[in-house]
Design a binder for this molecule. Sequence first.
Ligand code: 4AD
Ligand code: MG
Length: 473
Amino acid sequence: MKTTLIKEILVSEPDGRHVTIYGWVRTKRETKNLVFIQVNDGSCFASIQITLDRDAGISPDTEAELKRITTGSSICATGKLVPSPASGQAVEVAGDSVLVIGEAPVDTYPLQKKNHSLEFLREIAHLRARTNTFGAVARVRSQMAYAIHVFFQERGFNYVHTPVITASDCEGAGEMFQVTTLDLERIAKDGASAAAKGEPAVDYSKDFFGKPANLTVSGQLEAETYATALSRVYTFGPTFRAENSNTTRHLAEFWMVEPEVAFNDLDANMDLEEEFVKFLMNWALTKCTEDMKFFDERIQPGLINSLKAVAEADFARVTYTDAMKELEKNADKFEFKPFWGCDLQSEHERYLTEKVYGRPVMVYNYPKDIKAFYMKLNDDGTTVRAVDLLVPGLGELIGGSEREENLEKLEKRITEMGLNVEDYWWYLDLRRFGTVPHAGFGLGFERLLLYITGMGNIRDVIPYPRAPKLADF
Ligand code: 4AD
Ligand code: MG
């Protein structure tokens, strides 16, 4: 590559060597004799300052270019790398030439102010990565994706690419986006007359796959097929849920990382969750220091200390039944009154982790009726070996479980949940042939990023958010 990134230049010795800078102009300021240009290339949080001194002479060509430089324009500048007299930067460039590569007209370029609202920036998602906040989010997101691979690869896990298009509903919640090449408008027209004739309104044999297909809600079932062959695997990819949740914690398209481990039980699964989350906190704190400093100062004061506390805390572990006792004692504090058998609402989750424990808490052994069919039934016959990790300020970060490895029990659960045993024939084969206890979990990648960056809305930690009535760009 012929360019040098600004992050490399900023840590170089200011020994007067000649450098070339490529990037986008953040600001241009002029005094009588001096021109200061802040240039950012997104390689790091900081911009580099290019100072041009008219007393030292600026060529007519560069003077002409300087007039064209506005916020947002892309430039190439050359000069000597020297110590900076300005505070907050060790080096700057004593510029000798500047070339505008692409203009950004003042009257039309939308990013003129320093502090645009996050709502406004959501409307220009294609440009928001050029701001401090979204540049930092993008870099931390990339680092955390890398960290996930490092964590699992270092521990003998194989990365499995589970399919995006699937015929099965992993969570059994029916919140799937259908994938079809059928002509929906035509079906809408012809469907009624077909139904009148007693024929099915939709003939799936004519669809692309010859039967209904969906976007995956989780890669878990397919990950299990590989865990029961390779022992330790993880899948990490986009996941889709057609749930009508317009909250700051839900997306219709999000990324999930799902490890799956053969010969593992619920306790070991909790150990892995805790080790994983602590590893990720430490990674953010040590590898993303400049961006984390920004989040701590500008987005959520105290963020760094709270992440450090999580990295050092022993996560609490409590059964659903005991957690419910705690909540019922404080029932007056909740809008939704808690009772044994109810799903934990986000107000309950936050109360447990923030008020009762003051640290991350793993709630396990949930009533079977509120959890997915694949979770292992406890001997009590009423609870399953599920575990949710709740964290302060956010609520659920991870959902996981030990899986039902007994064929008969699993078939029974599938039927009880109103699902079709035949649809899961290949999944049941894992229990027919060499079945083993196994466990795994799913961590919502954007929830993790909300937690690490302190950002308040999940739509701001993914480049192009998809939510109900929101699929712009
Ligand atoms: O708890 P969930 O539904 O668990 C599963 O999908 C399991 N199959 C995982 C497994 O055991 N392999 O989802 C896991 C996590 C949640 O804890 C949450 O962090 C995130 O995925 N998540 C969402 N994130 C953003 N938007 C949504 N709509 C989400 N739904 C779940
Ligand atoms: Mg869950």
